[in-house]
Write a new protein. Structure first.
Lengths: 276, 297
């Protein structure tokens, strides 16, 4: 289902075990993130006024992460698994500094990939190139750096012909090829890859898996959020499992995946099986 | 280490947006360290200009007919107001020189109104980028003001055409109007930041704007000019002078540009205080709220 699981055909080096005694790249202490969301999908002034008489509270609090702590030493490839709504994306955004913690502390050493890939295409009327350049500039790269990267990104994604066309004309495959390509070309010390990147045809998947293995070797830390347990086991040397905002388990990918599989099969959320 | 940007990394001071070392802790509600914020904002200024350029390109504003289109709307409006005032006043209002003044005021008013509406849409429109990248969010409304300004620029030659046709002549004091235009830009930045924040909380903010704008236009010295106001309205005028920021700013601007007069010191002071005051309020309000945007979008 995921691109990452399609990498069986590619001879990727087996992940080396987590190095012990190395300096920490990421340190998360008692992290809690709470969202305050409104009932309405779109909050409007009109609704706020018309609701007044009914005395309903408009805001609902959602605890996306509850008291999560873990360390990530240099050279870790950390897989993050969990059901939908477990807080995986929230954790990534908190690490990238987009969501402020409500409690706890996060310390990050190194240039972090800004989840830029997921931001690509934020304006569908702009061309692929403009989207790449704007995202890069926003994350603090200089113009020269961004322009040089835009070329590499385009070539890797195989979108030379379409890069100057508006992104609304892209197919979903082109879209995700571009997103993946942006993610792996921003040269971060800490690479974060979200499941959302998984797509593309078999040729691209093979290329992507090769690139990921290469990056894993070079990056100081590598975070992979995936529902594909196969790719977690293949690419990571460490794993955590989140469930409803809580850290359920930390261990080797094999242990964690086994426990998660068992939980999903006997637990109360067997519906999520199809995510595997 | 993969980073190819070692020089950048080395010289980078530590703060909320640095790319090398970060500590994220619960923020006390309020305003981030201003010096750091401003530095990061300045460092990423290219993003704001690139964003605005891309928006203009996307809307075909940079083509010849695109530019013509930008001029056409305020020009037609000026025509409507001109006819209206002529009819209401029984045709005894000035001719071409009144039309020139009307154009100058209206074009500039629409720059502020445009900053307000594009600014309001800027943060909500940046959805995915805001959700996935950490950067000083003020870049979004500021970029919108740049867009509005570049939509305003092509109307200037049109104004000067009417200025010449009306035989208003060119004076050295017209240079002072640049100061007031500067104030209007500073004011627009504050207004854009304020409404961008409002739009995040109330998505129908932009729906109220047309009404608000219409009233604001009638309250500002655009269709009428300060010196032509009948004596019985002096009291109202005295209130508007202080209460309406555009009264001093637009009034001062058209006074220099159209009539070639230097406005009074009072006008200068009122306009300056309003411009920087609104800038400070708008941008500080925005900054105090911006860390919440990611969960609100």
């Amino acid at each position: 289902m995921s691109s990452l699981s399609a990498s069986e055909s590619v001879p990727t080096p087996v992940p080396t075990p987590v190095p012990s005694g190395k300096p920490l790249t990421v340190k998360v202490e008692n992290l809690s993130v709470t969202y305050r969301t409104t009932f309405e999908r779109v909050p409007t002034f009109k609704n706020a006024i018309t609701r007044l008489g009914r005395g309903q509270r408009a805001v609902r609090e959602i605890e996306a992460l509850k008291d999560v702590s873990f360390d990530v030493p240099d050279g870790t490839a950390l897989g993050i698994i969990g059901n939908n709504g477990a807080g995986k994306s929230t954790l990534m955004r908190a690490l990238a500094g987009i969501l402020p913690p409500n409690k706890g502390r996060i310390e990050v050493h190194g240039r972090i990939s800004p989840l830029l890939s997921l931001g690509v295409g934020f304006n569908a009327n702009l061309s692929g190139r403009e989207n790449i350049i704007l995202g890069g500039l926003a994350s603090g790269l200089s113009r020269a750096q961004v322009e040089a990267r835009a070329e590499d990104v385009t070539t890797f994604a195989g979108l030379e012909e379409f890069i100057d066309a508006p992104m609304r004309t892209y197919s979903s495959g082109m879209y995700s090829r571009l997103a993946f390509s942006v993610a792996v070309h921003m040269d971060p010390d800490i690479l974060m890859i979200d499941e959302a990147l998984s797509a593309g045809d078999a040729t691209f998947k093979t290329k992507a898996a090769g690139k990921m293995a290469e990056l894993r070797e070079n990056a100081r830390a590598f975070f992979l959020v995936s529902h594909s347990l196969a790719s977690i086991q293949q690419l990571c040397n460490d794993a955590i499992w989140l469930h409803k905002g809580e850290l359920m388990m930390r261990g080797t990918p094999q242990e964690v995946c086994a426990a998660y599989t068992k939980f999903v099969q006997v637990g109360d959320s067997a519906v999520i099986l199809e995510d595997l | 280490m993969m980073s190819t940007d070692k020089q950048v990394v080395k010289t980078e001071p530590e703060n909320e947006f640095t790319t090398t070392h970060h500590v994220y802790e619960p923020h006390r509600a309020g305003i981030p360290p201003l010096a750091n914020y401003t530095r990061e904002l300045w460092k990423r200024r290219e993003f704001a200009s690139e964003m605005s350029k891309a928006t203009l390109r996307g809307a075909n504003t940079l083509t010849m007919f695109g530019q013509l289109w930008l001029v056409l709307n305020p020009l037609l409006l000026a025509g409507v107001y001109f006819l209206l005032v002529q009819v209401l006043s029984g045709g005894n209002r000035g001719g071409m020189d009144y039309f020139a003044q009307l154009c100058g005021g209206l074009f500039t008013f629409y720059f502020v109104a445009g900053s307000m509406s594009t600014g309001a849409a800027s943060v909500v429109g940046g959805g995915k980028l805001l959700l996935n990248t950490a950067f000083p969010r003020l870049l979004m409304p500021f970029s919108a003001v740049r867009t509005a300004f570049f939509r305003f620029l092509p109307t200037l030659p049109v104004y000067f055409l009417f200025h010449i046709l009306a035989g208003l002549g060119f004076h050295l004091s017209m240079v002072v109007s640049i100061y007031f235009l500067g104030l209007l830009i500073v004011f627009a930045l504050g207004v854009a930041a304020f409404f961008a924040t409002m739009q995040v909380y109330f998505r129908d903010t932009t729906s109220f704007m047309p009404y608000f704008n219409r009233i604001w236009l009638y309250m500002s010295p655009v269709i009428w000019s300060i010196e032509q106001v009948p004596a019985r309205f002096t009291k109202v005028l005295n209130i508007l002078e202080v209460a309406n920021p555009l009264h001093s700013m637009l009034g001062g601007f058209t006074e220099c540009l159209v009539n070639g007069d230097i406005p009074s010191l009072r006008t200068f002071v009122t306009a300056t205080v309003w411009a920087f005051g609104v800038f400070a309020i708008g941008s500080l309000f925005f900054m105090s709220r911006e860390r919440e945007f990611a969960v609100r979008l």
